[in-house]
Design a protein around this ligand. Structure first.
Ligand SMILES: NC(=O)C1=CN([C@@H]2O[C@H](COP(=O)(O)OP(=O)(O)OC[C@H]3O[C@@H](n4cnc5c(N)ncnc54)[C@H](O)[C@@H]3O)[C@@H](O)[C@H]2O)C=CC1
Ligand SMILES: O=C(O)C1=N[C@H](C(=O)O)C[C@H](O)C1
Length: 268
């Protein structure tokens, strides 16, 4: 069996550790490199030690050298880190799975440009269940159409730095697309003071941050006399890691191109 050679950026992060664990457990993938920032106290440590089983891969900040051994870089870091890694992956001809959220429009354009040379899966949520929910939202929005007010509520742990979550924003894009609206012009990110009555064309977002909530998302369609709520709740980060490995295997069959998890799961 040809094993996919995986490099992981942000190795000591919440997702980095989960990805190391998932890769070490997979029969068809092998961990070949693990990266951290130069100032990290984890540099020089065995990546496997982060999940309780040494594996002989030393955490390094030399991304270019590590990528020379890899088929795919899985990156869950921060936009600025991901974009630096992207340039190195492009130079090395290495595929990339990008789970990082919070990119500006310019950052997204950089990813699209790099994907002309290397294969990239870029998705705000790698979990199969969330990607199923994206499809359900499209169907629900088309059926309910203009008669229901749409509000998107998300909750995450206290350490999350971007808001609304990438997943909530994608949910907004799916619903807006189904209703023929442009999310950029119809999104309302929070309300305060005398806001006036609700404009039926808007899509509202509400963000909750606290404790160790892994990730909850609800899309509420509020009508007259009834409400529909479509909810996904994450109990673990492992579905994100398993989905990322699935994306890495998918990339092995592609030379270049920008994909998301809907492509990986055959949902388009
Ligand atoms: N697409 C998906 O399915 C999911 C996406 N995420 C996203 O992944 C990202 C990371 O999430 P967590 O693991 O919870 O964060 P975290 O804070 O636990 O880990 C981030 C890691 O990236 C490293 N890092 C930060 N800035 C860097 C830079 N400039 N260069 C290189 N490395 C850098 C940190 O040292 C750390 O190891 C976030 O954007 C989050 O929203 C998280 C879970 C699922
Ligand atoms: O930061 C997180 O934790 C998560 N981030 C992603 C997002 O912003 O949507 C995915 C998931 O919700 C967990």
């Amino acid at each position: 069996m040809n094993q996919v050679r995986i490099a992981i950026a942000g190795a000591s992060g919440r997702m980095g550790r989960m990805l190391i664990e998932a890769t070490l457990k997979a029969d068809d993938a092998v961990l070949v490199a693990a990266f951290e920032r130069p100032e990290s106290t984890f540099i020089g440590k065995d990546a496997g030690d982060l999940v309780g089983s040494s594996c002989g891969v030393t955490i390094t900040s030399d991304v270019a050298e590590g990528l020379a051994k890899a088929d795919c870089l899985i990156d869950f870091t921060r936009p600025e880190g991901t974009l630096q890694h992207l340039a190195l992956a492009r130079a090395a001809g290495c595929g990339m799975v990008i789970g990082t959220t919070g990119f500006s429009a310019e950052g997204k354009a950089e990813i699209a440009a790099a994907a002309r040379d290397i294969p990239v899966v870029f998705a705000p949520n790698m979990a199969v269940g969330v990607n199923a929910v994206f499809k359900l939202l499209d169907v629900a929005a088309r059926i309910l159409n203009e008669d229901y007010d749409v509000e998107i509520i998300e909750a995450h742990h206290r350490l999350k730095v971007d808001a609304p979550s990438g997943t909530a924003l994608r949910m907004g894009e799916v619903v807006a697309g189904a209703l023929g609206r442009d999310l950029e012009s119809c999104a309302i990110y929070g309300r305060e003071g005398v806001t006036g009555e609700r404009d039926g064309q808007t899509i509202g977002f509400a963000t909750v941050r606290g404790g160790d909530i892994v990730g909850d998302h609800t899309v509420l369609f509020a009508g007259i006399g009834e409400r529909i709520e479509i909810t996904h709740k994450s109990g673990s980060r492992m579905p994100y890691a398993s989905g990322s490995l699935r994306a890495a295997r998918f990339l092995a069959a592609h030379k270049a191109g920008l994909f998301d998890m809907q492509d990986v799961l055959g949902l388009k």
